[in-house]
Design a binder for this molecule. Sequence first.
Ligand code: GUN
Length: 281
Amino acid sequence: MQLIDGKALAQKVQTSINAEVEQLKQEKNIVPGLAVILIGDDPASHAYVKMKAKACENVGFYSITHNMPDTISQNEIIATIKMMNDNPRIDGILVQFPLPKHIDSDKILEVIDPKKDVDGFHACNIGRMVTNLDSFVACTPLGVMKMFEAYEIDLKGKDVCIVGASNIVGKPMAALLLNQDATVTVTHIHTKDLKSHTSKADIVIVGVGVPGLIKEDMIKEGAIVIDIGINRIEDGSLVGDVDFENVSPKCAYITPVPGGVGPMTIAMLLQNTLKAAKGRL
Ligand code: GUN
């Protein structure tokens, strides 16, 4: 069993981004800028946004966070996004999810300039990604693809089972894998027999937010397991969606939680913001 070390890989990505940012600053006088919009007081969202802002600082980006109360109106959020669309110092705009119930997230995402959509959530970028055109790709699935590349895991013809069909993770993950000629099954809450799908797969990718969902008898010997779940359990520790202790001995490769996919998501946000900033050239 080999661990896929997302923390180390993310660090490597950040070091190379840092070097490119220095060059952009010196040669073109460009400082990549990210605007984050954070609504409400969900502790997990606050923690993620703090990590994103810190990562921006570490690689030399300009970043601002718009903290808004959860009583804010949809129109006020839209006005802020429009301001960021027009702000030449801002290359990337990220609205942290989940949003309060009274906000229509589809309407919010539609307003973001697709050229500044560093989360890759705008329908324009999703459509381009599915058709294998250049686009911004959602950070978590992009981070998983970067892991496969770094560990030289060939995807062609592989049976991949994705557990979770969200717009943010499962669906874009499926499209990226299909573009690499994998055979993809997407399972979700209404799937009749989850184990019948996971136990056949060469690669299982899970991101549903259910601690320990994936058990040893659901994974075949020698499989590759990617755990996207981040769950804080009662004792305060962070665990994924995979029963790591019992599943890991069966795996060829597995990602830990923490230190697996999480750091890669942030590294890919930086990579996407740098890509957006290069669009100024
Ligand atoms: N909430 C959970 N994951 C994400 C993400 O990748 N981007 C945004 N904007 N919100 C999230």
